[in-house]
Design a protein around this ligand. Structure first.
Ligand code: ASP
Length: 438
């Protein structure tokens, strides 16, 4: 019977059991060691498996994605459309974040004592992130562009954080394949096409352990958040509840207003069907906090359950997982203002516009890995003149917000792929009708 449960139900069960088990471990600390030693590794293996396949998947699917588009003019059209929607949705998400943080004013709800307490507690931890961001910032204005071009593609493929370089390389190779004579490109395309299918099969294998992996991840996460003082986690989370609720509220608006509007305006897909089809990928984004790790499943769901053609999905999704992060940009906007509020700083309109601009760029530069959004937030803060040490304030709920924002990042990518596919007449209605609930 269990075998026949849909994947998202199995993942949900895994999460719920993991949560319960994690709580149990916090109550009975003797179990914690066992959990970390013997249960956490299942989660780690699962995530490693997904990460293992991420670079080959992006490489093969984007090369095929570009090559399959067939001609440069179509590529320009689809690429233009995709980038335009990415930018518009990113700006909308930041604006929503800035609006609700201005209304809720979570920063003003933090008592003075808690604030100093938190700053002290996390200061050393924050320092590492700031150092890194400092290095990023001290380079020239065109550095992000320079960073996109790998100086050695094999090195780039050994670092999941350098996905933008892999994306760049794959697109160039794809375009070059459109420019060489057909008899030369055909075998190369066939090779990558086959490789792509093999990779997807590997993803299916990895997904077999998804529910157990998720169980291990959530259970060990609970133990790690609690540390040696179980009440600590909850106290800190409570102190930052308002801030977290603001971030989550903004993301909810994206989910229940903006994406449905986008889908309604440009596609015929039923909004509920969209979310039903995407459930497993969203849950996985939540459990892994990594859009890159979730990418294989996002692609599978969009193609095999929402009916988006491979041509569109293999172009839009790897690109989206790397540069389109609506959840992250919203989070960065809210967090910047929250920190400013908490430190008693007033933000002018021009500072707010600066946040929109820098958060858009920061989200593009954020790698689809856990915690990357927090590092890039430092750049936003510095650009507006908010003390970067303020990230110490928001470190406590970071992990949970990372989980939620990753889920939004993934939904955003999927929504854009459905929109692009609809405008290109590339949705298979039969697949959608028959497999959306699987
Ligand atoms: N964890 C996020 C992602 O993979 C990035 C972030 O930290 O915001 O999408």
């Amino acid at each position: 019977m269990i075998k026949r449960l849909p994947l998202h139900t199995k993942i949900l069960i895994g999460m719920a059991l993991g949560l319960g088990f994690g709580m149990l471990c916090i109550q009975f600390p003797a179990m914690s060691g066992f959990t970390i030693d013997y249960i956490k590794p299942i989660g780690t293996i699962f995530i490693r498996g997904l990460k293992m396949i991420a670079v080959p998947l992006v490489l093969a699917s984007l090369i095929i994605g570009v090559a399959n588009i067939g001609d440069i003019s179509k590529l320009t059209r689809m690429g233009g459309k995709t980038l335009l929607i990415f930018i518009v949705t990113t700006i909308i998400s930041i604006t929503i974040g800035l609006s609700i943080v201005a209304i809720v004013k979570p920063g003003h709800k933090l008592p003075e004592a808690t604030r100093t307490n938190l700053m002290e507690l996390y200061n050393s931890n924050a320092a590492g992130k700031i150092d890194f961001a400092e290095q990023v910032k001290s380079r020239g204005p065109l550095q992000p562009l320079v960073d996109m071009v790998p100086d050695n593609i094999f090195m780039a493929t050994t670092n999941n954080g350098a996905m933008l370089q892999v994306v760049f390389f794959a697109i160039i190779i794809g375009i070059a394949m459109l420019r060489v004579p057909k008899e030369k490109s055909t075998p190369v395309i066939a090779f990558f096409d086959g490789l792509n299918d093999v990779i997807i099969k590997v993803v299916e294998f990895i997904m077999l352990i998804a529910p157990y992996g998720v169980f291990g991840l959530i259970a060990s996460l609970m133990i790690e958040i609690a540390g040696d003082d179980p009440t600590k986690a909850w106290e800190l989370l409570y102190a930052l509840l308002w801030y977290s609720l603001t971030v989550i509220g903004g993301m909810l608006i994206m989910m229940v207003v903006i994406y449905p509007l986008l889908l309604r305006s440009f596609t015929k897909i039923n909004v509920l069907d969209f979310f039903k089809g995407m459930r497993p990928a969203m849950l996985l984004g939540f459990s892994t906090s990594s859009s890159t790790a979730t990418l294989p499943v996002t692609m599978e769901r969009v193609e095999k359950h929402l009916g988006v053609s491979e041509e569109v999905s293999s172009f839009v999704l790897p690109l989206g997982a790397t540069i389109n992060m609506n959840g992250t940009s919203l989070y960065q906007g809210v967090s910047a203002v929250f920190i400013a509020q908490a430190l008693g700083l007033d933000l002018s309109l021009s500072s707010q516009l600066m946040i929109v601009l820098t958060a858009t760029l920061a989200a593009v530069g954020t790698a689809g890995v856990p915690g990357a959004g927090l590092v890039m937030l430092v750049i936003v803060l510095e650009a507006v003149g908010i003390p970067a040490a303020g990230i110490a304030l928001i470190m406590a709920p970071e992990r949970i917000l990372d989980m939620v924002r990753t889920m939004i990042n993934i939904s955003g990518d999927a929504a854009v792929s459905v929109v692009v596919a609809s405008t290109e007449n590339a949705i298979d209605e039969e697949v959608l009708k028959e497999h959306v609930n699987d």
